[in-house]
Design a protein around this ligand. Sequence first.
Ligand SMILES: Cc1cc2nc3c(=O)[nH]c(=O)nc-3n(C[C@H](O)[C@H](O)[C@H](O)COP(=O)(O)OP(=O)(O)OC[C@H]3O[C@@H](n4cnc5c(N)ncnc54)[C@H](O)[C@@H]3O)c2cc1C
Length: 637
Amino acid sequence: MELKSNVPTGPIEQAWDKHRFDLKLINPANKRKYNIIVVGSGLAGGAAAASLGELGYNVQCFCYQDSPRRAHSIAAQGGINAAKNYHNDGDSIYRLFYDTVKGGDFRAREYNVYRLAQVSVNIIDQCVAQGVPFAREYGGNLDNRSFGGAQVSRTFYARGQTGQQLLLGAYQALERQVGLGTVKMYSRRDMLDLIVINGQARGIVTRNLLDGKIEVHLADAVILATGGYGNVFYLSTNAKGCNATAIWRAYKRGALFANPCFTQIHPTCIPVAGEYQSKLTLMSESLRNDGRIWVPKNAGDKRVPNSIPENERDYYLERRYPSFGNLVPRDIASRAAKAECDAGRGVGPSGLGVYLDFADAIKRLGKHKIEERYGNLFEMYERITGENPYEVPMRIYPASHYTMGGLWVDYNLMSTIPGMFVGGEANFSDHGANRLGASALMQGLADGYFILPYTIGNYLATAKPGPVSADAPEVREALANVTNITNRLLGTKGTRSVDSFHRELGKIVWEYCGMGRNATGLQKALGLIPALREEYWKNVRVLGSNEEFNQSLEKAGRVADFFELAELMCLDALNRNESCGGHFREEYQTPEGEAMRDDDKYTYVAAWEYKGPGQSPALNKEPLEFKYVHPSQRSYK
Ligand SMILES: Cc1cc2nc3c(=O)[nH]c(=O)nc-3n(C[C@H](O)[C@H](O)[C@H](O)COP(=O)(O)OP(=O)(O)OC[C@H]3O[C@@H](n4cnc5c(N)ncnc54)[C@H](O)[C@@H]3O)c2cc1C
């Protein structure tokens, strides 16, 4: 398949402006004649639905929660990047672009990243206008803090609740449109299939989660903004409901899946406490601004942290990376923590932990300042661990957090199925092999507020999708597909719970396709996953019926998709014989243990094409060009 990225040509600084001018417009009076489905009401979907509604389109927006206000974006803590340079510390659009391309280890599209950096500035203005209460400094300007992978402070924040405040902004904009009648909100709906007619995306099939009704919704274009698939690892920082179903089912209808193996492991999560834990909690990266990371110098040192003297502590990030110190990017900080623990210097009952210590910062700035910056995160930590981080260092360990992979999209954020667009974490765009902190919120809002509203109009004006019938054979086939899956899951009546399968799958993916991967492990996983999947379909026990609120059934469908996705992740990781960003193939590392890319062979986006049940997917490659930031060995020393 030919992958047309539709990236504009010419100087990168003018590319988006020129492209916007070239995109066709729809007369305002004609917009209400078009129906657009937006699946997802997080930052990407909520922003897109609100903006398209405001433009005058007829929008139908879907989410599986009881309210769009509960989308997972609400969990984001630390902040959102923007190249405002309020502090005159050397930031610029170009520097944000540069840091993001470098941070992504040269596996992102330059033109997309430049556009992201450009519109980051508008995002902040829009959110302030909506009333998002960003932190302010004495002079009244918005305050900033640093995040990993950057030497400037460009991260805007609202205490440790940035996602919540941003989502409230997008939610208000969305509800305004609901009130005006341009957006119809469908909560508690699970998208279970995509309807493709004459090669164009024309609708979705959903299950009403309250009464099990399978419904068809038709439109002229469909946007998926359904978030990331980090829960494939079972234990992750994502909300329990986060899943891959919408994008996975669209993949099976012809949308290519890009870079599935690129997962971000976040270095600062509360360590796993026991076998039956179902969720991990993130401690925002912003804490690394003031917290210092260390382990005891001697392996097996089990003394309580405050009794270990300074000269017996190893502040290993400050030692190994003197210029970025504790603010190295997440992949580097995560691997360094793992290396310390593997060498026996890990702390806490499991030995899988390192300290994040605020004693110096409290001495320097006072407890009050730390409370002001991170108070809610400290409270959350204490509630979960029973330890007071103002008095003893936090214990942290890496965990699966964010997925850079997702459905392949072109510069217009359109997938390989015409009329189906993908925004936010659900697409693969912009971050390359590693997402720097505070850039997912930026990307989600950029997609929703500032990119999709232009590019969808162009699609509708050029493709001119005509009327569509609910009786079309493709609609009936999609309905039958959903009903079959549901009946199969309910009919298996096995002996093992969905969760027990998910936990076992997660362990395999974490072990063999997590922080470190190698060919032997990946091959092993590619044997274990299909075997477990087979057992799943023979022995899963899904309680209850379809015609009721049934979370066991909801989960069962999602886990079925995770099985298939996990296999694709391992295949993708095995295919990429190099290390880059969050994809660390242990065979490919520098003598200092850093990721070693192979630019000659792997400077491409790996876009996988579904070929049917039981068939191997086909690998398509989108070559990447770096005209502005020349690939070099990433160094944060
Ligand atoms: C704990 C935590 C902290 C984070 N902190 C930060 C941070 O400080 N800065 C930053 O930049 N990023 C942060 N991130 C990442 C960021 O929060 C996410 O990447 C981002 O919010 C994703 O937004 P989204 O709109 O793409 O998806 P989401 O917010 O996940 O929304 C997905 C939407 O899709 C809907 N949906 C999903 N599947 C279906 C389906 N099948 N049918 C119907 N609806 C469906 C859901 O109901 C929901 O409305 C953090 C992530 C976590 C886990």
